[in-house]
Design a protein around this ligand. Structure first.
Ligand SMILES: Nc1nc2c(c(=O)[nH]1)N[C@H]1C(S)=C(S)[C@@H](COP(=O)(O)O)O[C@H]1N2
Ligand SMILES: [Mo]
Length: 433
């Protein structure tokens, strides 16, 4: 099946209108808390229960910069600095500088140190300024919609439209290189080595991008605005394919090294430093008490990871009074009866979703002529799914939701190793009375 067919076959997501029209609404708590385009509740009638035609999501497509779940270290956390402290930390657009230097450490693994024709340093006034970065951005811009997710947190943190300059264009400023095998980078850490949160890429990942593929980039805008301090501004690294730990906030230093080993802080904590975002589904929180014999809508998010997203399925299981809830073992999955969920279709009109002045044609993953997404969901983004549970009798229930990737692998396959990305199948338990 081509991606185009899939996009056109995707059913529309259940609407806010139908959500609010229902007496029994799973996900309503989460729903009312988000800032989606306002649609006023209409009267509760049978007909609008089935109205799934308009395109209002249970989550905004782009998460407000302040609404991401925050994962950051530091004491004090860099985003709590103010006034003169920010100036000293070089975390204002005027004071921000990016240094690019070489690693001169020799070891068993490194016989010759990295060499570059030109370093960018604060000392001699050659470090890259915010203005120079933006100028590079005028020439070599990259825009990308990314689901931010932590390898170790089992729910997405948010989704943003990030804009910046491909890392390769910035590294080009250093001229000829010799004996560079890896790119190390980190951000402001209160000048305390113990607080450093580092990440890395191979030289190839940094410098070469296959046609239509996604380059690592140095971002200075989020959702059309300057990146706020809380999200790692003024300048943040964005690694489109990776979990959050590669997307270093408050970026200030790049070190080119001849060491072939990843130095990621996450690698030191038993995580796979080369893992890509996983294809997986997540369930919105919902009330644990539901009325019997009413229509119950459930919803959530699905991330399209490296292996793409084919569909999302749910399994609703009624638990007999004497039964113990099942565990996540293979026999459970063999006997389960999975049913397909609706997936949010590509928006027909992106202008209400994207920031003013940004057209889909400019964004990676969209056709530059038609402005249509080349695949849906866009790779490394997330969309909403929904399902309608009907006529539930009183009792205890378990709802499980899983994603199937484009290789036909069902979550949690093929990654039983949680340290490449936590994404066990989610289960929610609720009572119907
Ligand atoms: N400088 C710095 N960058 C960082 C981190 C950090 O602690 N310090 N945490 C990383 C991790 S583990 C994640 S999951 C993401 C979270 O991004 P967010 O806070 O914007 O949601 O930021 C990454 N970048
Ligand atoms: Mo993370």
């Amino acid at each position: 099946m081509t991606n185009d067919t899939k996009a056109s076959e995707a059913a529309p997501i259940i609407t806010r209108r139908s959500f609010v029209a229902t007496t029994s609404v799973i996900g309503a708590t989460a729903l009312s808390a988000v800032s989606s385009p306002a649609t006023e509740p209409t009267q509760t009638t049978e007909s609008n229960l089935n109205d799934v035609s308009s395109e209002v999501r249970s989550h905004p497509f782009l998460t407000d910069a302040d609404d991401f779940r925050d994962v950051s270290r530091g004491n004090p956390k860099p985003f709590t600095l103010q006034g003169e402290q920010l100036v000293e930390a070089r975390l204002t657009p005027e004071t921000w500088r990016l240094e690019i230097v070489t690693d001169q450490t020799l070891s068993e693994a490194v016989k010759r140190p990295a060499k570059i024709a030109r370093s960018l340093k604060i000392d001699d006034g050659t470090a890259l300024t915010f203005e120079a970065l933006q100028e590079l951005g005028n020439e070599h811009s990259v825009k990308f919609i990314k689901a931010m997710q932590c390898l170790n947190i089992p729910s997405p943190l948010g989704q943003g439209l990030w804009e910046g300059v491909p890392l390769r264009e910035v590294l080009r400023l250093c001229g000829a290189m010799e004996d560079v095998r890896r790119v190390y980078y980190w951000g402001f850490h209160n000048n305390d080595p113990k607080q450093m949160f580092r990440s890395s890429l191979s030289y190839t990942q940094a410098m070469e991008t296959a046609p239509s593929e996604l380059p690592p980039f140095i971002a200075f805008k989020l959702n059309g605005e300057p990146i706020p301090l809380i999200r790692g501004g003024p300048v943040r690294m964005i690694i489109p394919w990776a979990h959050g730990f590669k997307s270093i906030k408050w970026l200030q230093r790049i070190v080119l090294t001849n060491d072939y080993r990843a130095n990621d802080t996450y690698a030191e904590q038993n995580n796979d430093p080369e893992s890509h975002l996983k294809t997986a589904a997540y369930i919105d929180t919902f009330p644990e008490q539901q009325p019997a014999h009413k229509v119950v809508f459930v919803s959530g998010l699905a991330i399209s990871g490296l292996s793409g997203l084919e569909r999302v399925e749910y399994w609703l299981r009624r638990i007999a009074p004497d039964e113990v809830p099942v565990t996540d073992d293979p026999s459970t999955w063999t006997n389960a009866k999975w049913q397909e969920c609706r997936l949010e279709a590509p928006p027909k009109n992106w202008s209400g979703i994207l920031p003013a002045g940004v057209s889909p044609q400019q964004i990676c993953g969209f056709d530059s002529t038609t402005g249509l997404p080349r695949q849906w969901p866009l790779r490394y983004s997330m969309i909403a799914w929904s399902a309608k549970l009907e006529g539930l009798a009183s009792g205890k229930y378990e709802l499980r939701v899983r994603a199937i990737d484009e290789n036909g692998f069902a979550q949690p396959e093929p990654r039983s190793i949680l340290k490449t990305g936590r994404n066990a199948i989610e289960v929610k338990r609720f009572d119907v009375q």
